[in-house]
Write a protein that binds this ligand. Sequence first.
Ligand code: NCD
Length: 309
Amino acid sequence: MSILCGKDILRTDLISDEELGLILSVAARFERVLDGGGRLNNMEGLVLATLFFEPSTRTRLSFETAMQRLGGSVITVADPKTSSAAKGESLADSMRTVEGYADLIAIRHPRKGAAQEAADAVQVPVINAGDGTGQHPTQALLDVYTIQKERDSLEGLTVTLAGDLKNGRTVHSLVYLLARFGVRLRLISPPSLEMPAEITEELRQGGADVDAGDDLAAAMGESDVVYVTRIQRERFEDPAEYERLKGSYVVDMPMVRQAKPGITIMHPLPRVSEIAPEVDAYEGAAYFRQAANGVPIRMALLALLAGRE
Ligand code: NCD
């Protein structure tokens, strides 16, 4: 049984190097089986509950696809208005109830820290599928898996993270993993949407090469990968502030042509206007391949947490 059996996945900074290597290698093995037309039944007889108290397309559907591709089954709350949370039930009570139905729980919640609170309430493995502006660890895992596939290796790369670095939970998770591979990080955002200082300080203290600024074109000129994010409208208290910042960065073909040749373009999706549709035809536009990589990564996680890899 693996080192991940029975564990929760709440934050990337709590995943060890050994666990990270295991997740990536099991994902690659599962992907090879599926690509070869094979079928897997590792999770037969087990049930995954996906509890989504915030909107989602990719994360919930890829968790559910992953469970089904492993022969397991899924129960879901896709709309909080249809669950007893709408009647005022506490998160802990909802979790204790669902634990009676499911062997693993993936939860998305608007409040930072809610995934930890959910995990504390139950014995079964809990996976954080996004807790407000906190973290989104499974996205970061599939992002690293994608960079590995697109670039062969992460060693020696320069990666630019651009957009809403203050509120974006995907980047809050991804930086910790990239720093471990010695990646040079370029953090590009409007001044009011910078990466939280406690995160950059922690990275620098750990020896990471981190540089922050607001010039995306210059950063793309020296980057192997650019990871573009959406300005997180739902986190703004002032709608006028969102309107002011929403068009801060738009990656279009003229920008791609001026970037480092062969640059890989990523985005956790959904995009609003940060990447022009014309970029989709560029061969380094990896965002839909990235979304597809969510399936093998989540298959690996589910199987490892259940001791069924
Ligand atoms: C992200 C999220 O929910 O944090 N979406 C996703 O899971 N791929 C990114 C976003 O909403 O901007």
